[in-house]
Design a binder for this molecule. Structure first.
Ligand code: FES
Length: 104
C-alpha cells in the first residue's frame, strides 16, 4: 500500500489533484470523509485541474472540471452537467488509518 498523505494535508471541502507514481489522483475531503478518484475527466481523458488548486465547490458537494466546466457529484463521481453528462469519474480504493491515507 502506498502512503499518499494525511487527512490534515487536505483542506476541508476540497478536491485536490496529486500524483502518486504514475497515478494522477483527485483527493476529496469533507470533514473526516475522504473520497479518491482518478484525476481523469471522462470528456477528454485529461486532468480536471490544469489551473491548479481545489476543484470542489465551497460546500464540497460538487467537483468542477477546469477545462470545459463539467460538474460531478463529489459523493459518486457522476457527471451531472457538461460534455460528459452521465459518465463518471473512476473511484480509487484506499484505506484510512489514524488519519493516514494509503492506496489499496
Ligand atoms: S476535459 Fe473536463 S469537461 Fe472537458
Amino acid at each position: 500500500m502506498s502512503h499518499i498523505g494525511n487527512i490534515e494535508d487536505f483542506s476541508d471541502s476540497s478536491a485536490t489533484g496529486i500524483e502518486s507514481g504514475q497515478l494522477r489522483l483527485l483527493v476529496l475531503r469533507r470533514g473526516s470523509d475522504i473520497v479518491i478518484y482518478q484525476n481523469i475527466c471522462p470528456h477528454t481523458r485529461e486532468s480536471l485541474d490544469p489551473v491548479g488548486g481545489s476543484v470542489a465547490s465551497p460546500d464540497g458537494q460538487l467537483i468542477h472540471c477546469q477545462r470545459h466546466a463539467a460538474v460531478f457529484l463529489a459523493s459518486t463521481g457522476e457527471c451531472i452537467g457538461g460534455p460528459c453528462l452521465g459518465e463518471s469519474l473512476v473511484p480509487v480504493g484506499f484505506t484510512l488509518s489514524n488519519g493516514d491515507i494509503y492506496l489499496d
